[in-house]
Ligand binder design. Sequence first.
Ligand SMILES: [Zn+2]
Length: 117
Amino acid sequence: MFLGLSSETWRRAVFCKCPACGKGALYKPKSFDLAPACTLCGTSYADNDSADGPAVFLIFVLGFLLVPLAIAFEFSFSPPLWVHVILWGVLALAITLGLLKPLKSLIIQIQHLKRGP
Ligand SMILES: [Zn+2]
């Protein structure tokens, strides 16, 4: 249990699996869009909407993680400005693309748990 969610819920969120069966894909292939329904159990995802929740989580994570690192990096090494632009820009983009789908999946898992089967 972490934050009141079972390890199975976290596994389904991290691997973007169906909140009902835990095996079917939650997203369309190579897309950030939800699939219309689970390909294995048929659970419809039509009522699920994570809205701006994942983006807000990412803003908090990136803000609290990258800004102190950038400040510490500047005071330690004083690199040219272009190093900051490339380093933190690429890092922010990589973290965003890596975490957006699992965070959206986590919100949908929680919606499914609160709504019930
Ligand atoms: Zn399913």
